[in-house]
Each structure stands twice: as structure tokens, then as C-alpha cells.
Design a protein around this ligand. Structure first.
Ligand code: PNS
Length: 162
């Protein structure tokens, strides 16, 4: 049986921390579907098209990874795609409460889908899309924390805004 996981997230934008989880997740699953949340009510910096473009460019070296979009419940999307797992990364303790709550709710909603957490690589422990955006907004150097295309697109985005 093919082992499929979805890796849901906002990916606004994708970071090297996400890619580390993805790469290691591929050792556990035959196929991983990057599931980008489209929820228009969320205040994303990048449009859906831009988030897809950056992800596509960043995952070129990985086989067995697909990009897809979803709205609504993650467990429903997982079931639609016949995925047995939901992959998520855990960084510092501060992630734990939110992730624990979400995993328990997801389990209650669908007991067939298992949430699998991977501890982030030590290098990425403080890397998050939000902190990267904040640093970049004020001209901070984010090289090495995000794929090159993201570094470029963030710079362009904030240059347009000033
Ligand atoms: O990268 P993020 O923003 O931390 O990802 C959050 C995401 C997309 C995984 C989460 O918001 C989510 O699953 N949203 C869909 C709605 C849902 O199923 N919520 C959890 C159970 S109520």
C-alpha cells in the first residue's frame, strides 16, 4: 500500500524549516502532498499563486511531492486524497500547545488519519514564516533561512510596499 501524507500549511512563504521536514517526511511516506491553505479570510502576505510558485521552485529536487490547495478541514482534504498521515513539524515548546490541540481535534474528526510530528532540525528551531517576514520587512538578512526564490520575492514585496 502506498503511504501518503499531506503536509498542510499556509506556506506564506515556504522556509528551509518546511523543506527540512518535507525531506525527512519522505523517508517515512511514499508520497507527500503539500497542502496549501487558501482561506481568503487569513491575511497572507503572498497570494496563493505566489505561494505556489515559490513552493514549486523550492521542491524541484524532491520526487514524490505534489502541491495542492485546500480550504475547509485538513482531515477532509486528507481523506479526499487517500492520505493516511498529516505531517507537521514541531519547533520550540511554543508550538506544542497549538499543535497538540489541532492534532487531537483532527483525530476526533477522523480517526483514520494519523498526525505525524517531526522535530525540526536544530538549525531551524527559530525559523518561522512570520519571523522571517518581520526581519525582511525591516531590511534584515534572511539568507540561508529560506530558498533563494523566497529571499528574492520577499525583497521585491517589501520594496513595492515602501
Ligand atoms: O502553517 P500554518 O499556518 O501553521 O498551518 C495551519 C493549518 C493550515 C495546518 C491549519 O490552520 C489547518 O489545518 N487549517 C484548516 C482547518 C482545520 O482543519 N483546522 C484544524 C481542526 S479544527
Amino acid at each position: 500500500m502506498e503511504r501518503i501524507a499531506i503536509y498542510p500549511g499556509s506556506f506564506d512563504p515556504v522556509t528551509n524549516g518546511h523543506l527540512d521536514i518535507l525531506e525527512r517526511g519522505l523517508k517515512l511516506f511514499d508520497k507527500i502532498i503539500l497542502a496549501i491553505l487558501t482561506n481568503p479570510k487569513k491575511n497572507f502576505l503572498f497570494t496563493l499563486e505566489q505561494r505556489i510558485e515559490m513552493l514549486e521552485d523550492s521542491i524541484k529536487e524532491f520526487s514524490n511531492v505534489k502541491i495542492d490547495t485546500f480550504d475547509g478541514l485538513t482531515v477532509d482534504f486528507a481523506a479526499q486524497r487517500k492520505a493516511q498521515g498529516i505531517l507537521r513539524g514541531l519547533r520550540a515548546m511554543s508550538d506544542f500547545e497549538y499543535e497538540f490541540q489541532m492534532a487531537l481535534m483532527n483525530r476526533r474528526l477522523n480517526r483514520e488519519v494519523q498526525t505525524v510530528f517531526l522535530m525540526t532540525g536544530l538549525r531551524w528551531i527559530y525559523t518561522s514564516s512570520s519571523i522571517i517576514k518581520e526581519a525582511a520587512q525591516f531590511g534584515g538578512n534572511i539568507k540561508g533561512m529560506v530558498p533563494p526564490i523566497v529571499e528574492k520575492k520577499i525583497k521585491e514585496k517589501y520594496a513595492q510596499r515602501t
